[in-house]
Design a protein around this ligand. Structure first.
Ligand SMILES: [Zn+2]
Length: 145
């Protein structure tokens, strides 16, 4: 009983990582044996994470990670799309140049170019349609909120 009271004072310190290695070891050893303190420790940890306490390490790390990852993944995605579209446009221009200016006889580049242009038109059409649908839906969402 008195041992548990001693450890309860240390639980918050364990969550804050303010204990000496010796104290940390002692608290962990006690938590392994004592279900009551383990429950208290879990509750304290949950409360600390809900408050989003500066003292609690993991949520703060998660926030930093999401801040770091969000723009990063956004830029990689955008640069990937830009590279694909850029390479694709260069290829089409090259094929059109061969086809029209140099009157190339190859049939495969023409088929390839035609497929890519049709594909692009389909994607463009889909994107515009989605934009229009979203635009129509958005005002209703605002009203509901
Ligand atoms: Zn205990």
């Amino acid at each position: 009983m008195s041992a548990c009271d001693d450890f309860k004072g240390l639980l918050m310190g364990l969550i804050d990582e303010e204990l000496t290695p010796d104290e940390t070891g002692r608290v962990h050893r006690h938590l392994k044996r004592c279900a009551a303190c383990r429950r208290e420790y879990e509750q304290l940890r949950e409360t600390a994470s809900k408050i989003g306490g500066v003292s609690y390490r993991e949520p703060a790390d998660e926030v930093l990670e999401s801040l770091w990852n969000a723009p990063y993944s956004h830029y990689t995605r955008v640069s990937g799309i830009v590279l694909i579209i850029g390479g694709w446009a260069a290829l089409i221009l090259y094929i059109l140049y061969e086809w029209i200016v140099r009157n190339s006889q190859g049939i495969f580049p023409k088929i390839g170019a035609a497929m890519m242009i049709v594909g692009f038109v389909i994607l463009l059409f889909t994107a515009i349609r989605e934009r229009i649908v979203k635009h129509k839906v958005d005002p209703y969402r605002e009203v509901v909120r």
